[in-house]
Ligand binder design. Structure first.
Ligand code: PMP
Length: 359
């Protein structure tokens, strides 16, 4: 037995990449596992495209609720508690594309809030299932409703807040704790994890809290870090304005809007790229298949942009791409081969030989 134990521990210590991994300390609740996400080097995709720079993925799907938005949910709730704006037992209402809702429902479960989430119809059934499991109440709203119409997810949230006593909209679109969660959290982590060597940061924008906060945080350390934004065709967040002339809907979830949220400071972004559904989903599938990173569709959008912009970089340059959420929410969508084929994002032939798929 003793010999076996010695052998087992020797074996454990020689497994490459595994031996020095230190488990995080015991946590008093799961909120301790929001933030502190891994930064993982990409070893196949950039190389296959002839990119010389080193590219890292900031893997936000490791957060407790499965997305980057857990960070803002935690910070918005804890800061509102500190200021006396909300207290346990109150109701939190939030219009969201899903991930902020999951974050708020998770924080709400831990800290004792009722949560009501208003969610456009487009968002996946998997997100709804997770929200339900966390005890959130869900109101679906028409995807095509303009943001300022009473039927939109924002309009419905405002109406509910007026009707329900002790209810609050923490409002990720204007709440300073949204970008601050990234300025003090995500950006500092990236700076530390890269040992202060980051030349370019690529992220998509929904509310814009992620890209704005990371830009502010990194630029405190390095004024000339390049900030590159991904905005889907059909959204209006990109600058210059003429980039946004191709209207229409898109299937990638969580990025893009038909208005400019207050928390998005577009002056911090050096360059925007518009992204399409097909390239986003193909890159998300490659991140999963070739790098083992179980990410969502908007991760593919950021990756598509990073792979274009990184072509201009040299050996030794460092790029960080933010992967905002997880495969979990898209099992019936882009992860599913038939869904990809039925939506014309892939042919059956390309499925046989994925390397032939072109975005
Ligand atoms: N990707 C996904 C999947 C998201 O849910 C969100 C949040 N809407 C984003 C990207 C963009 O994050 P932010 O709101 O901070 O711009």
């Amino acid at each position: 037995m003793e010999a076996f134990q010695t052998m087992a521990s020797t074996l454990a210590s020689v497994l490459p990449g595994d031996s020095k991994r230190i488990a995080p300390p015991m946590a008093t609740d799961v909120l301790a596992h929001i933030g502190g996400t891994p930064l993982v080097r990409l070893n196949r995709i950039p190389q296959s495209l002839g990119i010389k720079a080193t590219v890292y993925a900031k893997c936000e799907f490791f957060n407790a609720g499965g997305s980057v938005k857990d960070r803002i949910a935690k910070r918005m709730v804890l800061e509102a508690e500190k200021s006396g704006r909300i207290k346990s037992g109150d109701t939190l209402i939030e219009p969201t594309s899903g991930n902020t809702g999951i974050g708020l429902a998770l924080v709400g479960a831990v800290r004792g809030y009722r949560t009501i989430i208003t969610l456009p119809e487009k968002m996946s059934a998997e997100k709804v299932a997770v929200l339900r499991a966390l005890g959130a109440e869900i109101v679906r709203t028409p995807t095509e409703a303009a943001w300022d119409s009473p039927e939109s997810h924002i309009g419905v949230a405002i109406r509910l807040q007026k009707e329900i006593p002790n209810s609050h909209i923490l409002d990720q679109y204007i709440n300073v704790d949204n970008p601050l969660a990234h300025e003090y959290g995500t950006a500092e982590e990236i700076w530390e994890q890269t040992g202060g060597k980051v030349d370019m940061l690529v992220a998509g924008a929904g509310t814009g809290g992620t890209i704005t906060g990371i830009a502010r945080g990194l630029r405190k350390h390095k004024a000339d870090v390049k900030i590159i934004g991904a905005d889907p065709h059909g959204s209006v967040l990109a600058v210059p304005e003429e980039l946004n002339k191709n209207g229409g809907g898109y299937k990638v979830e969580g990025i893009g809007y038909d208005f400019i949220p207050d928390v998005l400071d577009r002056s911090l972004v050096d360059k925007w790229y518009k992204t399409g559904d097909k390239e986003s989903f193909l890159f998300a599938r490659r991140l999963i298949k070739e790098e083992g990173l179980l990410c969502g569709g908007s991760s593919g959008s950021a990756m598509a942009v990073a792979m274009q912009e990184a072509k201009n970089l040299n050996e030794g340059d460092v790029v960080v791409v933010v992967l905002p959420d997880s495969i979990r929410s898209y099992l019936s969508k882009f992860v599913d081969d038939d869904w990809m084929i039925n939506n014309d994002f892939m042919t059956a032939e390309e499925l046989e030989k994925p390397e032939t798929a072109k975005s």
